[in-house]
Ligand binder design. Structure first.
Ligand code: ADP
Ligand code: MG
Length: 280
């Protein structure tokens, strides 16, 4: 295994798209596993009350388990709730329990409600190279916390009709966060997911997305592959569950690309979002 290059500075990447079912969690978990299997220390922060990323990493997230909820709402240090995933030596997870469903409301009345995750990550002792934050399918305070904590945004886009719908709303939120809370944030990476080579529509979406977002789109496209959907029920990433599957190999290639590109993609300042998206 050729090791992936380690970044000079910790990369904090938020994986967001307010649409559900586009592959956020699958992307977060499998990129994290691929990076960790190649010598990189990675923390996955599960910010979805459903806890799907925790499940896929084989990490306990029953209600009452020390979780990211206590960090955000109760000021508990991140190091106290982070657990190791069995997937790889350098892979860690901050689990989400269903308690997090209430956090969206509880956060509203707290001071520094948008910067809680950022502070928690800044205060962390565990020296990881990457932090990957898996967002819920909404644009509420949890996703805002993720955008404020990150330097990079990775948007998974499903190769389907209406794929770009709603993206405008996310990108406007990103611009607001950038203007008021986190100047460093950049849309660095787009990953096309669930590509089905049998449909012409999928190719149209790929073309449209590449035209709009240029070199921020990873060359690797993730195919529709049932192994990716099966793996979480075994508490595993696809890379562990079936390393030779097309899904695993594609995430491995995407992770290598991500690592080799480094953080320097996407314009700073105005135009971060790349203007209005073609649809939505
Ligand atoms: P999100 O986190 O955006 O809601 P998920 O990653 O949970 O999306 O994916 C939605 C569903 O699609 C899940 O059941 C997942 O296992 C499945 N899935 C994700 N990516 C693929 C893929 N490339 N091929 C087949 N199934 C996939
Ligand atoms: Mg998810």
């Amino acid at each position: 295994r050729r090791p992936f290059p380690r970044p000079n500075r910790r990369r904090i990447i938020t994986v967001a798209n307010q649409k559900g079912g586009v592959g956020k969690t699958t992307t977060t978990v499998n990129l994290a596993a691929a990076l960790a299997m190649h010598g990189i220390r990675v923390l996955v922060v599960d910010l979805d009350p459903q806890g799907n990323a925790s499940t896929a990493l084989g990490v306990d997230h029953r209600s009452g388990t020390p979780s990211i909820y206590e960090v955000l709402v109760g000021d508990r240090p991140l190091d106290e709730i982070v657990v190791q995933s069995g997937e790889a030596e350098g892979l860690f997870c901050a689990p989400a329990t269903i308690d997090l469903a209430g956090a969206e409301i509880e956060l509203v009345s707290l001071v520094a409600r948008e910067t809680r995750l950022r502070r928690a990550i800044e205060g962390m002792r565990n020296e990881v190279d990457y932090v990957l934050i898996d967002c819920p399918p909404s644009l509420g305070l949890l996703t805002v916390n993720a955008l404020v904590a990150a330097r990079e945004l990775l948007i998974p886009i499903q190769c389907e009709y209406y794929a770009l719908e709603g993206l405008g709303q996310l990108l406007r939120n990103v611009e607001l966060v950038q203007a008021h809370l986190n100047q460093e944030l950049r849309l660095s990476t787009i990953l096309l997911t669930m590509y089905d080579s049998r449909t012409r529509l999928a190719d149209q979406v790929v073309h449209e997305v590449k035209e709009h977002f240029g070199d921020r789109v990873l060359n690797t496209t993730i195919p529709r592959n049932v192994r990716l959907a099966e793996a979480p029920s075994y508490g595993q990433s696809a890379l562990t569950y079936d390393p030779a599957s097309r899904g695993s190999l594609s995430y491995l290639a995407a992770a290598r690309e991500l690592a080799e590109r480094g953080a320097d993609r996407g314009p700073r300042g105005a135009g971060l979002a790349g203007g209005a998206p073609p649809v939505g």
